[in-house]
Design a protein around this ligand. Structure first.
Ligand code: MLT
Length: 392
């Protein structure tokens, strides 16, 4: 018996688990200190009323013989897939319902999709980036190369024609940097993928934070993308589903490799390994797209946007360089005085009890950067930035 030795190539623990452990230890040693958590991108506002009502109704249905449901379709109920289809159509992207797969979140599917690809593919990942992309490919033993994101390219790396990649990860608005690609930049990535016969895995988990109509919210707004891209999206950040788990993955029918439809492969994979998202949760997700649901989630997103502004205003006042915060819930700042990001993390925790995420956790290019999220409460975000102001 042999274990998967690739796990030996991972960090000992997942970034956000490491941070949670450090913060919990600090809290246990300093019970009188009030800690403000702006680290992990976890939402704090409750679910929208429209969502809660829909879930209550679904619970009642499950308790009555006539409306009880057992196993649902692995790819999601049509009632939810059709509202997702309409959501894309409202942004001029036509999808067939079969191209939409309901999932239990972008994180799971970003990892699961790798079942479709050979181990010998080369993976291109931006540095810095959401650690799940690197970790899941490390687990599978794939070769990983990096697209360098840094201050000089505004943390938006463009294709390097000398690099040959088979699988390309793009996250826009980006986690952790908050930087957003424009149409022309995404078109260059699509052209590069088509030229290299590569597949783009496009993480659109933060699309709802884009407020500029000229910025693309989906890779499928770009010509040619349906032939080379898969898109992942989530209700977590859009509608507060981090604890309720629901998202969707779009695998276009035009995406064909060696004569094989990836959509069909994904359906085959999902029907075997996944039993679908609970009916109650899918009814809640459907309500996100109702008129009331849309109104309520817009209010929540505006609330987080305002928190981002509170953080950005403080950094502007202090003359600290950052990206994000405008079309993203994340603010990616340069650690003052060239500090190392873990040292900066320790300093903020020990001196002002504010928790953020060290940039080094997202890749070597994050070594001197730090991520703050706008998902806290407004009161706590203000308080955190007051403490921050006093420290600098
Ligand atoms: C983060 O903080 O980067 C997010 O919580 C990641 C996630 O959504 O899994």
């Amino acid at each position: 018996m042999k274990i998967n030795k690739n796990y030996q190539n991972l960090e000992d623990s997942y970034l956000f688990s490491t941070i949670a452990k450090k913060v919990n230890e600090y809290a246990a040693e300093n019970p009188s200190k009030s800690i403000i958590r702006l680290g992990i991108g976890d939402v704090t506002l409750p679910l929208a009323k429209a969502v809660v009502e829909a879930m209550h109704k679904a619970v009642d249905e499950m308790g009555v013989q006539a409306t009880f449901r057992g196993y649902g379709p692995e790819q999601g109920y049509d009632f939810l897939r059709s509202v997702v289809q309409k959501y894309y159509a409202s942004r001029n992207t036509d999808l067939s319902i079969d191209e939409i797969f309901i999932s239990d979140g972008a994180k799971s599917d970003v990892g699961n999709i790798l079942d479709l690809f050979d181990k010998d593919n080369t993976v291109l990942v931006p540095d810095p980036v959401y650690p799940v992309y690197v970790d899941t490919n490390t687990m599978a033993g794939r070769k990983i190369i990096f697209a360098e994101a840094n201050e000089s390219n505004g943390f938006l790396p463009m294709p390097d024609l000398s690099q040959k990649a088979d699988i390309i990860y793009i996250c826009s608005p980006n986690n952790p940097t908050g930087a957003v690609y424009n149409r022309n930049q995404l078109k260059q990535w699509v052209d590069y993928a088509l030229e290299n016969k590569a597949v783009i895995l496009f993480d659109a988990a933060y699309e709802c934070f884009i407020s500029d109509k000229n910025l693309p919210r989906s890779i499928f707004e770009i010509e040619g993308a349906k032939k080379c891209a898969i898109e992942f999206c989530s209700f977590s950040k859009t509608a507060g589903f981090t604890g309720t788990r629901c998202g969707y993955t779009i695998v276009p029918d035009e995406l064909i490799v060696d004569g094989i439809h990836l959509r069909k492969m994904w359906l085959r994979r999902q029907t075997t390994k996944f039993n679908g998202v609970p009916y109650i949760v899918q009814r809640g997700a459907e309500a996100v797209f109702s008129e009331c649901g849309q109104k309520e989630i817009k209010q929540a997103i505006d609330y987080y946007r305002n928190n981002a502004k509170i953080i950005a205003d403080t950094l502007d006042e202090k003359g600290i360089w950052y990206t994000g915060g405008k079309h993203s819930p994340y603010i990616w700042l340069k650690c003052p005085n060239g500090m190392d990001s873990w040292a900066f993390f320790d300093m903020l925790l020990n001196e002002i009890q504010v928790v953020g995420t060290p940039g080094a956790g997202f890749g070597k290019n994050g070594k001197n950067f730090f991520r703050l999220t706008s998902f806290g409460s407004d009161v706590k975000t203000k308080e955190a930035m007051e403490r921050f102001s006093k420290l600098f």
